[in-house]
Design a protein around this ligand. Structure first.
Ligand code: C2E
Ligand code: CA
Ligand code: CA
Ligand code: CA
Length: 276
């Protein structure tokens, strides 16, 4: 719209195009990042609340951009989803995680269950189950060592197709978890129908859980009554950890236990599977 219309219109158009250009640029860079292996996976420990044992890790994507530095997934996953790039990126993550977990095993470290975040677009792919099956088989990863994290919103639109997928993953021995539990549209009857293994209580509830904890407490008892395990995320203080322990939360995750780090650091920091 250069040189067209009124002054006002030009300003408006310029503003729009800057944003669109930035998106376009980011998308181009993400494509390149994938080709040039600029992505990394960091691992954050999941601790068994009662024993203090490190029993799992959540795989969290990082973009180490030569131009932008370490970019948070919050700043590029939305663009990756809009452009569809999240599909090859998600595939890359699954491959990398399986490979690194086998590498960890080969080095003799105690086994952990690793959780991988799936985007809604990935979960909606009709060939998701086959894709997961082939990546796990290719790397020879024990399927029960893999947990896939989905969000409530992914399960609402096509409930039956979603349940079918979760059943197939279950049959393969793969675990599934509902992430950010409590933030979305949570229908109790839906939760009851979903063949999942865990819920992850969103950090906003965990961090409010000080003296008054009725919400967290009821989420834990709800999950337990459905036979589901509970992970609390975003644990930043000893007080929060103590509260969760008292409430019978199964697993905890958060900066108090450990930040997301590259695999080598993770291995060195948790050599025995216990929090030092
Ligand atoms: P999420 O799945 O809810 O992951 C938890 C986020 O909370 C992570 O942010 C983690 O670093 C952060 N966190 C962990 N402990 C604490 C704590 O004690 N306090 C606070 N304030 N934050 C904590 P991160 O790594 O920046 O990831 C942000 C989001 O990006 C993730 O949220 C997830 O939705 C998405 N994401 C990350 N990796 C992937 C991936 O491989 N694929 C997809 N589709 N999404 C991913
Ligand atoms: Ca997650
Ligand atoms: Ca979460
Ligand atoms: Ca989230």
């Amino acid at each position: 719209a250069k040189g067209q219309g009124t002054n006002q219109a030009v300003v408006f158009d310029a503003g729009m195009s800057v944003e669109a250009e930035e998106r376009h640029l980011l998308e181009k860079e993400l494509r390149k990042a994938l080709e040039q292996e600029e992505f990394e996976v960091h691992y954050q420990p999941l601790m068994s609340t009662q024993t203090g044992e490190i029993s799992g890790a959540e795989a969290l994507l990082r973009w180490n951009s030569p131009k932008r530095g370490m970019v948070s997934p919050m700043n590029f996953i939305p663009i990756a989803e809009e452009s569809g790039l999240i599909l090859p990126i998600g595939q890359w993550v699954l491959n990398r995680v399986c490979r690194e977990m086998k590498q960890r095993e080969a080095e003799g470290w105690p086994p952990v269950t690793v959780s991988v975040n799936l985007s809604p677009l990935q979960f909606d792919q009709p060939y998701l189950v086959e894709q997961i099956h082939s990546v796990v088989t290719e790397h020879g990863l024990e399927p029960s060592r893999l947990c896939l994290e989905i969000t409530e919103s992914m399960t609402i639109q096509h409930v039956d197709a979603c349940i079918d997928k979760l059943h197939k993953l279950n049959e393969m021995g793969i675990r599934t978890a509902v992430d950010d539990f409590g933030t979305g549209y949570s229908s109790l009857s839906l939760l009851q129908k979903l063949p999942i293994s865990f819920i992850k209580i969103d950090k906003s509830f965990v961090q409010e859980a000080g003296a008054s904890t009725p919400l967290v407490e009821s989420m834990i008892s709800l999950a337990h009554s459905l036979g589901l395990g509970v992970v609390a995320e975003g644990v930043e203080t000893e007080e929060q950890l103590n509260t969760l322990r008292r409430l019978g939360c199964d697993f905890t995750q958060g900066y108090w236990i450990g930040r997301p780090v590259p695999l080598d650091t993770f291995n060195a920091r948790f050599p025995t599977g216990k929090v030092p």
